[in-house]
Design a protein around this ligand. Sequence first.
Ligand code: AMP
Ligand code: ZN
Length: 436
Amino acid sequence: MPIWNPEYETMPRDQLEKLQAKRLKEVVARLAATSPLYKKRFADAKVTADDINSLDDLSRLPFTEKSDFRDHYPYGMFIVPMDQVVRIHASSGTTGKPTVGGYTRADMDLWAEVMARTVSSAGVTNQDIVHNAYGYGLFTGGLGFHLGADRVGATVIPMSGGLTRRQVMLMEDFGATVLTSTPSYSLVIAEEAADMGIDFKKRMKVRVGIFGAEPWTEKMRHEIQEKLGVEAFDIYGLTEIIGPGVAVECPQHNGMHINEDHFLAEIIDPITGERLGYDQEGELVFTTLTKEAMPVVRYRTRDRTILHADKCACGRTTVRMEKIMGRTDDMLIVRGVNIFPQLIEKTLLSIEDIEPHYQIVIDRPKDQLDTLEVWVEASPRLFQPIDTRRLDELQTRVSTELMQTLGISASVKLMGPKSIARSEGKARRVVDKRDL
Ligand code: AMP
Ligand code: ZN
């Protein structure tokens, strides 16, 4: 599988780290000179660009938080005049004011470069027809993928999300070979095709899927690969850093290679803020090394993962991040017990006749203990005709398994086909009705 930019993607690590250290010093100097926010932060931390001479000096630098974006909404994180900003994007799925990203012409070029590396890593070339079902618009997914697929010379179909039936028809008619979408939406497409009586694997030419923007498990990967007949690649990114293009799997599927010449990654202890080493689980933190409009230093993503720096068989030398294991802030506490939504997903998908469509509903009725409900769809075949005995058995099985993994009881509601609302973007898995 060709590597898009071998010079940087396979650079010997000592050389890469030297380049990172040099770029880190430059970005600190630039921020100190142009950003009132960082000028103050660096002064408070008593650090200047002169102090930054190796990657070990990183821990002297202050963190940046999501709240900084909120406090400086909309353009306060930009360090160039607006006449140099050619694009605005914003984070998806948040209520209230979004997190804003700004790009200069050079940032757009950088984005196309890292996205070209990304799609190439999944084997996409100018021979491919890319059906891009990430949302176009403020969300970085749609236009980010568009840039990368365009840069490698693939034929881009700018579908965006929604109108699923039409997506299925055009995927077939246009002969798409690559599908890009959120993992949850890929399953919606597969399901719609099945409803239309289309044997997806037989009729579609799609061989590769690049899925990200939301957490998904290995179980979900198998489900997608099985239903769509694609090789599924995980991709990671966020608006604060650039959007998609931060990291992606290679054909080894042993973690996502980070574009480290542009995005410097570290893992910290989410409680103490101490830097942790490779192979240790913690919170992922990024410093952008080359961005012009909106560089960030030590941005706390709140995403939990592990970095690995051992050699990868694909030839890339960049570090790999494991699948996101959850967020340092999404842990739910139900009746005093820590619950990770992804553990629920893993449990559900390990049970036969359970579909990958579910919702976790938490409530706190007045003066009562928290209630935890898991709504999940059972296989359509149990409903035609309705097989109450099997459904009852299944419900007991799901409840027992959840009790075993979570340590508290959940009330399980088995639902019929299509009763859980489908999402065209990120699925909304947790509904927390408690006033916490
Ligand atoms: P946004 O800026 O709205 O695109 O959201 C970025 C966030 O989406 C990240 O901080 C992650 O929490 C999540 N995210 C993006 N890609 C992935 C992925 N491949 N796996 C898990 N979570 C992801
Ligand atoms: Zn690799």
